[in-house]
Design a protein around this ligand. Structure first.
Ligand SMILES: NC(=O)c1ccc[n+]([C@@H]2O[C@H](COP(=O)([O-])OP(=O)(O)OC[C@H]3O[C@@H](n4cnc5c(N)ncnc54)[C@H](OP(=O)(O)O)[C@@H]3O)[C@@H](O)[C@H]2O)c1
Length: 373
């Protein structure tokens, strides 16, 4: 794997770059005033030059310093997650992806390192996240305009700040935007161990909504069930436990769900469909099993089910996304008061290769990998 390889190509397109040769002139112009603030420190970045299997294509590369313009903020990145969509972008199978060569990563948190002279609302030391999220967060320094950054509270663990946008916000929007749910209703989901799944459990609980959860059959599934129940899961089943003729007989007192969430596909999606009540809706937002969703004819005719989809990146372009920073502050306030938590593993940047292998599932089921820069 390429993390120890040295980059040999030009990375001019990766940054609004001050080339190393141009530096002396740049410094000469600025030296009397803001020499230190005029450019960022050099950055170490996870770069890919072509699409393919991430462990085959990424390298850790030194990028040259970047000019900090009047309205720019230079941020020292603190932490960033490896999400399934980051992997899909590197594979080249995600519908929107940066042009290669590209720095990987899409969300994360950093600390303001230095500012352009026109920046008014941020100060050195503030914690910020790119909002809306944007490409290239897997690097040690990023320079972007002030408006690209959202200042967040600092009294929470940095791994939550690094991960708040892609998964918790998806869970919140999916619970609120598709079916009107009121206290006493119930939902069903597969992929309940995912970060989105863990957030759905807790956000549903806050709204008084019961939740039925499906996990895949895996070593330690009893322990996983207990963990999810501690988060607020009302019921957790492995897929094989639900392979019974009358699947609804397992539900006991929980009302039949009105809304289902599918992030797996294949047979696991069929289980969600089978558990939905008459007129229910299934929302697909991921395809971890890389298998299609198959719906029986009778589900449409006799149950009148509705199938919908959600994509945060598209939602980010809608009018509703104007409030996304308020929603993020709300989610972080839940983290701060202990009402929203999920399992993560912080990994030093020097162990990036191992974190990537874990995120790719090469070492079995692992918690979300968070790169600590
Ligand atoms: N549409 C959107 O806007 C949007 C936004 C955010 C996330 N997503 C999608 O939501 C899904 C979950 O994301 P996340 O970051 O929350 O996940 P995550 O925390 O990285 O967890 C991965 C999940 O996928 C399961 N999984 C992994 N490989 C699998 C396989 N081959 N077959 C079945 N299950 C498998 C894992 O189960 P185990 O615990 O058993 O290993 C775990 O539940 C992903 O598909 C992601 O792309 C979509």
């Amino acid at each position: 794997m390429g993390a120890s390889r040295v980059a040999v190509r030009s990375y001019g397109t990766l940054r609004r770059c001050v080339s190393p040769r141009a530096l002396p002139l740049q410094f000469a112009r600025n030296i009397r005033t803001f020499a230190a603030a005029a450019v960022s420190p050099p950055s170490k970045a996870v770069v890919y030059e072509q699409h393919g299997s991430p462990d085959q294509i990424v390298s850790i590369v030194d990028l040259p310093p970047e000019e900090i313009k009047v309205n720019d903020v230079c941020v020292r990145m603190l932490a960033s997650p490896i999400n399934p969509s980051d992997i899909n972008r590197m594979e080249g199978v995600y519908p929107v992806r940066p042009q290669v060569p590209a720095v990987a990563g899409y969300e994360g948190v950093g600390e303001v390192h230095s500012l352009g002279s026109g920046v008014c609302n941020l100060a050195v030391g503030d914690w910020v996240i790119p909002s809306p999220p944007s490409f290239g967060t897997w690097q040690t320094y990023i320079v972007k305009e002030e408006t690209s950054w959202h200042k967040i509270r600092k009294d929470i663990p940095m791994e939550y700040a690094a991960t708040v946008t892609v998964n918790p916000l998806t869970a919140l929007r999916m619970l609120e935007d598709f079916v009107e749910l009121t206290s006493g209703d119930s939902i069903v989901q597969n992929g309940a161990t995912s970060i989105v799944g863990q957030c759905i459990i807790q956000l549903a609980r806050i709204k008084g909504i019961s939740n039925i959860n499906v996990i895949r059959d895996r070593p330690g599934s009893e322990e996983v069930k207990e963990k999810l129940k501690k988060l607020g899961a009302d019921a957790v089943y492995t897929e094989s436990q639900l392979s019974v003729k009358n699947v609804k007989s397992v539900l006991s007192e929980i009302p039949e769900p009105l809304l289902g969430f599918n992030c797996i596909g294949g047979d696991s999606a069929s289980l969600v469909l089978r558990l939905l009540r008459q007129g229910g809706t299934m929302l697909t937002y991921g395809g971890m099993a890389k298998k299609p969703v198959i719906v029986s004819t009778s589900s449409f005719i006799f149950k009148d089910l509705t199938l919908r989809g959600f994509w945060l990146q598209k939602w980010m372009t809608t009018d509703k996304a104007k409030d996304c920073r308020t929603m993020i502050d709300y989610l972080l306030s839940l983290v701060q008061c202990g009402k929203l938590k999920y399992e993560m593993e912080m990994v030093p940047f020097t162990d990036f290769n191992l974190a990537l292998d874990k995120a790719l599932g090469k070492l079995g089921s692992k918690p979300k990998q968070i790169i600590k820069f």
